[in-house]
Write a protein that binds this ligand. Structure first.
Ligand code: UDX
Ligand code: UDX
Length: 459
């Protein structure tokens, strides 16, 4: 099928590349020309395991193109994905101006070249499906008006399209894997024709042709109305964020009563009604989705006169959790002014270069405010030399240089390579051999054996 993906951020690029890999002809559109040039030269603008390899093979096969020309993308695609960002506004609502610009642009470029399915992949406020339809129609009208003025005749393009909501559930760091091994595919629309085309598009994924385990039953396809599909995305992320806040709250109680939250998580997670995933206590959830989506759902509820108390509590627990490492540092070192703190990891989770709403940013800000010197080593940020606009932190190129002269280390991101560091050597380089394991990730006994004082979260 002919697919156009508009917006090549984490979601758009992974979606475009994976759809071309499973056999579709994909054109990816982005209004950032520099990014487009980079992708045309075969390079991925983001770090995502497996993505570069697929990008290369799909480009070579001729099934994947990149352009900044929206008109060309709209012309070529029969299925048009809107995958631009919807960042949070200070009020908590999503900023939908990019979705609006793209929807208007699609409308302005619909030139009667056949039926199109317009797919909302971006996480948009509930009810946006109908709004997108309206904006596309506005775009069509504006163009018709302009062309009738120019030619002094009535333009006669009949827009022929339907809108589908198809939320994504990709985790950064395993987005390619998640695309080929989805738990479910959600399609929201009132158009049978559009749903049928979307099912055809995803058939190779539904039949597990590209899955790790091909013997599994087909991927469930959940077909709903537009608003329910949009709500599924918010409800899924809000549930997961609440689950983490729950275990973080249990961790804080464990700290006080002397229990170990990792054992508690194991004990409750084995109950199939609870499940063991997303029960890792730590210094809080971040990233481009959880904070934004939970706030947006709270905001939507408020708009409709409902006080979403549980989700507000999940957010508040998370805000408090972001200070847990600081509290532990103060307890250990007392005065932080003039102390040197080393952060192991900066990104909001491992296997990504994404710093959006990363807990590390709060920690850096809090430590700076208290007069501590902050250093950090992150496998991606240090290696790529990406500064990410970071201030108040010295970026070291390896973990030993980080440890040198530190009064304490804080593990912020659970990068696998942190399991294999030479902690014995690092302990000797530190002024005070203290480590706070903000993800309960390291082997406590091994660290204590090399002379480090180990403090986890809720253990
Ligand atoms: C995606 C979703 O679409 C968002 O709604 C979801 O909640 C998280 O994942 P993300 O992939 O993180 O967002 O977006 P981002 O990294 O901000 O990239 C968006 C891309 O769209 C950028 O490359 C930008 O240049 C491009 N863009 C933006 C356009 O091509 N046109 C525009 O008008 C605006
Ligand atoms: C999330 C959703 O999982 C995905 O389905 C959605 O569509 C996009 O948002 P992502 O933000 O990439 O994915 O990462 P995720 O693995 O969900 O982690 C989010 C945050 O929660 C990270 O900061 C992570 O460190 C934290 N986390 C996760 C915990 O603190 N404990 C856990 O048990 C799991």
């Amino acid at each position: 099928m002919r697919v156009c993906v508009i917006g090549t951020g984490y979601v758009g690029l992974v979606t475009g590349v994976c759809l071309s890999h499973i056999g579709h002809d994909v054109i990816c559109v982005d209004n950032n020309e520099e990014k487009v040039k980079l992708m045309q030269s075969g390079q991925s603008p983001i770090y995502e395991p497996g993505l570069s390899e697929l990008m290369k093979s799909s480009s070579e096969s001729g099934r994947l193109q990149f352009t900044s020309d929206l008109a060309k993308g709209v012309e070529q695609g029969e299925i048009l994905f809107i995958a631009v960002g919807t960042p949070p506004l200070p009020t908590g609502e999503s900023d939908t101006r990019y979705v609006e610009a793209v929807a208007r642009g699609i409308g302005a470029n619909l030139n009667g070249s056949g039926y199109k399915v317009i797919v909302n992949k971006s996480t948009v406020p509930i009810g946006s499906g109908d709004w997108v339809r309206m904006i596309v129609l506005d775009g069509v009208k504006e163009r018709q008006k302009a062309s009738s003025v120019a030619t002094n005749a009535e333009a006669t393009i009949e827009p022929n399209f339907d809108v589908v909501s198809n939320p994504e559930f990709l985790r950064e760091g395993s987005a390619v894997y998640d695309t080929f091994n989805p738990d479910r595919i959600v399609l929201g629309s009132n158009s049978e024709k559009a749903i049928a085309m979307m099912k055809e598009l995803y058939e190779p994924l539904v039949s597990r042709e590209f899955a790790e385990d091909k013997s599994l039953p087909p991927v469930p396809v959940v077909v709903t109305d537009l608003s329910s599909a949009e709500m599924i995305k918010y409800a899924a992320n809000s549930f997961l964020a609440t689950k983490i806040s729950f275990i973080n709250e249990i961790a804080n109680i464990c700290d006080r009563v002397g229990a170990d939250v990792t054992q508690v998580a194991k004990g409750i997670g084995l109950d199939s009604r609870i499940g063991s995933k997303f029960l890792n206590a730590g210094i809080g959830w971040g990233g481009s989705c959880f904070p934004k989506d939970v706030s947006a759902l709270i905001h939507t509820a408020d708009d409709y006169g409902y006080n979403a108390e549980l989700m507000k509590a999940a957010v508040n627990v998370n805000i408090r959790q972001r200070s847990i490492a600081l509290e532990k540092l103060q307890h250990e070192l007392k005065i932080l002014k003039g102390k040197t703190i080393g952060l192991l990891g900066l990104t909001f989770k491992p296997d990504t270069d994404d710093m959006r709403d990363a807990p590390a940013l709060n920690l850096i800000e809090q430590l700076n405010r208290l007069g501590a010197k902050v250093k950090a080593y992150d496998p991606i940020v240090s290696q790529s030399g990406l500064s990410h606009g970071l201030s108040g932190v010295i970026i070291e190129t390896n973990a030993e240089m980080l440890a040198d002269g530190c009064d304490a280390l804080v593990l912020v991101t659970d990068w696998k390579e942190f399991l294999k560091l030479d902690y014995s050597k690092m302990a000797k380089l530190m002024t005070h051999p203290v480590i706070i394991d903000g993800r309960n990730f390291l082997d406590r006994e091994a660290l204590e054996a090399v002379g480090l004082r180990y403090l986890g979260i809720g253990r």
